[in-house]
Structures are given as C-alpha cells and as structure tokens.
Design a protein around this ligand. Structure first.
Ligand code: GAL
Length: 630
C-alpha cells in the first residue's frame, strides 16, 4: 500500500528537505510524486538543463527508503516557453489568447509544445530510468484541467485533419452531421470552423466531434511522452485522471493507455452526501481499471482552496475517506500535497504537514493514518453484482443546448440511483453500454441518452440471457451523432423495453406529479405506449395521468424495466428490483454505514454521527479486526 503524496521540495530551502524525509519516515510515507511542476527549474532556458537539485532530492529520498513516482513536468510550461513560442498559447472559446501566470496555458495541438514536452521527457527518462528510487512514472498532471479545448488557428487545422481521418469524405461528414439542416452542407474542409463563440443552434454533431477531438489531441500528447519513457524504463506509467469531475475527458478511452489507472478525488465540502460521491468516483475508477487495483493519486487531508467555502474535514473524516478508497480498490492513499506551500495560488490548501507544523491535530491524524495504512496488505478484487451504465458521450450530448428540459443533467440521475444503491449497501461497477454485462444480475441505465443500435442490442442480449435491466427516461434516444434513431423513441431500446414513447412532457421547475399509490415525482412525464411490456404503475396525475409510469418487459430469461419519470425516492423501486434479480445484500443496517468487501476484507465505515453495532450475522465476516474503531 502506497502512502504519501505530491512532494514539491523546489519550494523550500534544502535544510527543510532533511526535516521532510525525517517526518516522512515518522508518518510511514513510502511514495512521493516528484517534479510535477518543475519544468521551469529543470530547464531554466531552452535546451539548458539543471538536474543537480533533483539528483540531490532523489538520492536523499532513496537513502531514506522513500520511493519516487517521477513526474514529467509538462503540465506547466516555463514562462520563457510562452515568450519564445507564442503560437503555442492557449486560445479560449471567445477567441482570446489566455495569458500566462499559471499552469496549463498551452495549446494541445501545438507542435512546438509537443516538441518541447518530448525533449524534457527524454532528458528525464534518460537520466533517471536507472535511479533506484523510481518505481513509477507520473506523466503530466491532469490532462485537460484548464485546456481541454483550444480554439486557435492551429487547433482548427488539426480538427479538420482529425475529421478527414474520421470521415474520409465530406459527403460522409455531411451525412453524419446532418448538415442538410439549415442548408449548411460543407463543400470544402476549410469551411469547417472550431466552435469559437458558437452561435445559438450550433450543429450538435460538430460539438460532439469537437469533444472527441479534444480527447484524442491530449491522448496523443500522453502517448508521445509515455513512449519516450518506455524506451528507457520498464517501470509502470500513469497519469492522474479527474474521473467523474472532468466532463471533457472520456476516461474509457484514456484507461486503455495507462499501465495503472490513477485518480485525484476531492470531497465536495458542503455536500452532506459527499462520502457517497466519493464512493461513486472510486467505483468508477475501479471500473475503468477493469477491476484491477488502482491508485488514489491525490486527495486532501483537510480543506481545499478552490471551492466557494472550504470546509475543513471533521475529525476522522480523512481516515474514513482514505479507507473508503482502499475498500473500493485503491492500492494507495496519496495526498496533494506533502507540505503546505507558503506562497502561490494554493497556500490555503491543506497538506500532510500543515502551516501549524507537527504540533497539530492534523499532523497527528496523518501519522496515525500512515502507520495504519502503509503496512496494510489488502489484496483481491471488489466483486459487484450490479452495474450502472456511464458513458462520457451521453454526458456531453445530454447537456448540449436545446434539449426538452434544462433539468436533464447526466450526473443527476446517475447520482440519484447510485446513492440509493449505496444506502442499500450494494456495491456497483460502472460499465460502458457496449461492455459484456453477463456477470451482473442487475444493470441500471439512468442517463443513457446516446446509445448506438449495437449497444441497444447488447443490452437486449443481456436481458434475453437472464439479466435484469432498469432504464430511466430519455435514454436510447440518439446515436453518437446526436441523430434521433428512426421511428418512435427510444429507438435503441424499444425492443428490449417492449414499448415506445409517443410524446415527451417535461414538467415545470416546481411541478410535482404523483404515481398511483401516491409516490411523488418531478421533472419528467411522457406518454408511454406498451408493446409487450406490462404497466406496473401508472401516473396518477400530470399530463400522462392514467398512462404507464413504470413498466416491465419479460424477455427471454430476464426482464427490462422502464421508469418514465423522476420519482422523488427511487429506493423502493430499486429494492424490488434487487430482490427480483436476486442481489444479495446485508439488511437492517443503518443507511450511513458503508459496507464493501474487497478480497478477504470487509470494510465497515460509519459515516453517521452515533456508534453502530453490527451483528456478525448481518455482515458475514469471520476473522480478525485489523483496523480498529476510533
Ligand atoms: C489537483 C491538482 C493539484 C492541486 C490540487 C488542489 O487538481 O492536480 O496539482 O492543484 O488539485 O486541490
């Protein structure tokens, strides 16, 4: 188990380094990520290098038994680079050059940036591949954090080349994009523009392809650095993702590129359900890693500095957060950052060593956590019987302008269903709609607006061979070009659900309707026409009163269920479905108790205010306690 975090010794005089390694040993730190933002120090002028200080830090760490996840510093190009390569500067969507003075200010399509990044990567890889402290490579930092898309002329040229590769001919592009609409047919490649200051009613398929292009542009930069490193070193290469919080990056694509998936997660301080959001991100990270262990590359010991109100963590909260990540598959507890900075934009961000120093509650909590976590031998996989469908393309498309309702939000439906499953103590995996689903008893698709016909067939095969599927409204509506499937909605799911939808009836902002039996619902209503499915519950009020709100379609050896609205509480429905699908789970436990099994270990994490007693008959766990209660 790795314990440690980002280490930025360049911000401190060398005497402090000696104290750092002493405190690292005291707290059980065994891994630090080094050099993430040090490009300007390692290459103070173009082609002139200064590795002396890094050599000394690396040796010092190694002498003290601390391993290094060595970074390429390419997320923060030096200030001289911007001046000598003005064409590499990031241009924002309004067409303005983004000024310097922070990290990430480069254009991902800039050949000059790519060359400079390759050069410093080559230098680092050559110099340190054989250093005994290096156990892993940390390429860049959070690709796309502030420069997911650039709108400069070079990006526009690059986008056009990317489109040529994707479509081959303009005829194919015009067909895919539906440019007949408003007579926008493109007759030459250079008629296509990046969506700088986009006018209202921009071609939706253009917007989606521009997102895909952004992902590919960043992945190409990552590959270039990774492949340089691989020529020198056999150590694993990673880059830290921002899963669930970075809408522009399609991490299903990214996950295929790294040796080990790693993620940064920051708690939403003011969200009372933030521990559930954490669990969701951890489950998604594990799923991207294909169920294999992954690394929590960054989280915080306490407050961050970039939320509106940066609430400190409560006593024990850092420990609960850390163990929840471990329970859900992380082989590390790593933080941003080791020592709180005195200057710069993040000086009010918590760290492992706070400004207050070591005579502080926070430091004592860090030491206790390190002593507990570093020696942990938690192995094995987290097994889930339930899966939730997550696809970045649905996220992008669902939230484009001009949808039936601005209340349609990708994460909102997923988080609603996920939270209900979490409170039922059910562990879930996340899946892409094209994945093999056969190992799951229940699959929930709360926000699958984009769904290809093939993916719809995949879900159908899953049901026919015995799976149980729950779909929420406004799913299966369009293909990957945001084109409505032929015929009535939901074109990709009509057959498996055994119904069609004749008309959408989104509700007003404060409108509430009810289902038969009295449950309230909001946001959405629609006219469902069963064609094989049975109405399980009708709407009792609203525009579709007397028509189905919940349906069930028995198909082959399984069943497909459909919810045509946003019930105020999805838990009763999920309970019925979990029972129907035969999903085992502990019963009678408090809602706030997190229960996860990883390999031979069962984690019980109490997020409530009072103590909880759990009978060993409720959670079948023999063996010994290895982490004690507070
Ligand atoms: C991360 C980033 C770190 C630091 C941290 C602060 O997104 O990778 O470098 O800025 O946020 O919370």
């Amino acid at each position: 188990m790795y314990f440690g975090g980002d280490y930025n010794p360049e911000q401190w005089p060398e005497e402090v380094w000696l104290e750092d390694v002493r405190l690292m040993r005291e707290s059980g730190v065994n891994l630090v990520s080094l050099g993430i933002f040090a490009w300007g120090l390692l290459e103070p002028a173009e082609g002139r290098y200064d590795f002396g200080w890094l050599d000394r830090v690396m040796d010092l760490l190694h002498d003290n038994g601390i391993q290094v996840d060595l970074a390429t510093p390419t997320s923060s190009p030096p200030s001289w680079f911007r001046r000598s390569h003005p064409a590499s500067r990031l241009v924002s969507q309004d067409g303005q050059v983004v000024s310097g003075g922070s990290r990430h200010g480069f254009c991902p399509s800039s050949p000059e940036y790519a060359m400079a990044a390759a050069r410093i990567t080559e230098q680092l890889a050559q110099r340190y591949a054989g250093h005994p402290a290096v156990v892993m490579w940390h390429v860049h930092n959070e690709y796309g954090w502030a420069n997911a898309s650039c709108y400069c002329d070079a990006s526009q040229e690059h986008f056009r080349r990317w489109l040529r590769d994707r479509y081959g001919t303009l005829e194919a592009l015009n067909a895919a994009w539906g440019t007949l609409f408003w007579g926008l047919t493109y007759r030459a490649w250079d008629e296509i523009e990046v969506p700088r200051n986009p006018p209202p009613g921009l071609i939706p398929a253009l917007a989606l392809d521009f997102q895909r292009f952004g992902v590919d542009a960043h992945i190409a930069l990552f590959r270039a650095e990774r492949d340089i490193i691989k020529r020198h070193s056999a150590k694993p290469v990673t880059t830290n993702f921002m899963i669930a919080n970075c809408k522009p990056m399609d991490y299903w694509k990214w996950a295929a590129e790294v040796d080990v998936v790693s993620n940064d997660h920051y708690l939403q301080a003011e969200n009372p359900g933030n521990h559930i959001e954490l669990a969701m991100c951890a489950d998604l990270t594990r799923s991207l890693a294909g169920g294999r262990p992954w690394l929590l590359m960054e989280h915080s010991t306490g407050a961050v500095n970039w939320q509106p109100r940066n609430l400190a963590k409560r006593p024990g909260e850092m420990r609960r957060n850390s163990l929840a990540h471990v329970a859900r598959g992380s082989d590390s507890v790593l933080f941003f950052q080791w020592r709180a900075s005195r200057f710069g934009a993040e000086k009010f961000h918590s760290a492992m060593v706070p400004h207050a120093g070591t005579d502080s509650d926070l430091w004592r909590e860090v030491v206790a956590l390190g002593q507990e976590v570093a020696p942990l031998a938690v192995e094995g996989r987290v097994e889930a019987e339930v899966a939730v469908v997550w696809d970045w393309e649905s996220w992008w498309a669902l939230e484009l302008p001009w949808r039936p309702s601005s209340d349609l939000e990708f994460r909102e439906r997923i988080e609603t269903y996920y939270a209900a499953l979490w409170r039922e103590h059910v562990t879930v995996d996340f899946v892409h709609p094209s994945h093999d689903l056969s190992r799951y008893k229940l699959v929930v698709a709360p926000s699958s607006y984009v769904l290809s016909q093939e993916a719809g067939k995949n879900l159908q095969r899953y049901v026919e061979s015995g799976g149980h599927l729950l779909v929420s409204f406004f799913s299966g509506i369009v293909d990957g070009n945001d084109t409505v499937h032929p015929g009535s909605h939901p074109g990709a799911l009509r057959e498996v659900l055994g119904l069609s939808v004749e008309e959408f009836h989104p509700l007003g902002a404060r409108a509430e309707i009810s289902l038969e039996g009295g449950q309230p619902a909001t946001t959405w209503s629609e006219r469902v026409r069963p064609a094989g499915a049975l109405a399980v519950r009708n709407f009792a009020s609203g525009p579709d009163a007397g028509h189905p709100a919940l349906t069930r379609h028995d198909l082959g050896r399984g069943s497909a269920w459909y919810v045509a609205t946003a019930p105020a509480d999805v838990r009763p429905l999920l309970r019925d479905l979990l029972d129907h699908a035969g999903v085992e789970r502990p019963r009678g436990l408090p809602d706030d108790l997190e229960v996860v099994r990883r390999g031979r270990h069962t984690f019980l994490i109490n997020h409530g205010d009072g103590p909880v007693t759990v009978a060993s008959t409720t959670v079948p766990a023999g063996g010994v306690e290895i982490l004690l209660e507070d």
